[in-house]
Design a protein around this ligand. Structure first.
Ligand SMILES: C[S@@+](CC[C@H](N)C(=O)[O-])C[C@H]1O[C@@H](n2cnc3c(N)ncnc32)[C@H](O)[C@@H]1O
Length: 208
């Protein structure tokens, strides 16, 4: 980590950081007010998270990543941009979802460019797969949105199959979605686009 990130972590974690525990989070306690919640899994360097939160001040953005420099960067961006609707968690998103988020508590779940794990023997490490999907979907409010994006054609196909197979999820589009205006290009995506890779968005809602 650079000095800026080290400083951000030290100074800003107490302000915007949410510890990993086994207790269900009270959104009002963490944001200081009642807001519909957006969970972002794997926020990376956090630039896209900060942009989305700035454009959407009436929802609370809870960004989770295991990568300390990325979390530190998002803390710095949150302060620099004066965002009051961002909180960050440094930890495994599935643990956070399982223990700290109540069923029916999320307005949206964003999974942007999750690690693709391209080798078949590593597919079991992928975030979007049937055994995790039921958990993620259960945390959405009725009508809530699960939005995934990837630049791995193979992962996109597997995601589409998995999401379509869930009887409680409805595809908002027919197949892949065009990138909605609210999703900025992410850092990781920029590299893929430069390398000539296609990007696939998938937007599903939980039935009411
Ligand atoms: C390929 S990067 C994409 C980051 C960002 N969304 C972007 O598009 O620039 C995937 C991110 O997911 C994070 N990640 C992987 N497994 C995770 C987990 N179990 N919980 C939270 N974050 C995770 C990684 O640390 C990494 O920052």
């Amino acid at each position: 980590m650079g000095d800026r990130q080290r400083d951000a972590l030290e100074r800003l974690w107490p302000v915007y950081g949410v510890p990993v525990t086994e207790e269900v989070l009270d959104p009002v306690a963490i944001f200081g007010r009642s807001l519909p919640l957006v969970l972002e899994i794997g926020s990376g360097m956090g630039d896209a998270t900060a942009d989305m939160a700035a454009a959407d001040p009436d929802r609370g953005y809870l960004a989770v990543d295991v990568h300390t420099p990325g979390i530190a960067n998002l803390l710095a961006l949150t302060e620099a941009r004066g965002l009051t609707n961002v909180r960050v968690v440094l930890g495994d998103a599935l643990d956070v979802v399982r223990h700290q988020l109540a069923p029916g508590s999320l307005d949206a779940v964003h999974v942007f460019f999750p690690d693709p794990w391209p080798k078949a023997r590593h597919h079991k490490r992928r975030l979007i797969q049937p055994r995790h999907l039921e958990l993620l979907r259960s945390r959405l409010v009725p009508g809530g949105t699960l939005h995934c994006a990837t630049d791995s054609a193979d992962y996109a196909e597997a995601m589409l199959e998995t999401l379509r197979a869930d009887p409680e999820l409805t595809n908002v589009h027919d197949g892949y979605a065009p990138r909605p205006a609210y999703r900025p290009l992410t850092k990781f995506e920029e590299r893929g686009v430069l390398a000539g890779r296609d990007v696939f968005d998938l937007i599903f809602t939980r039935g009411s």
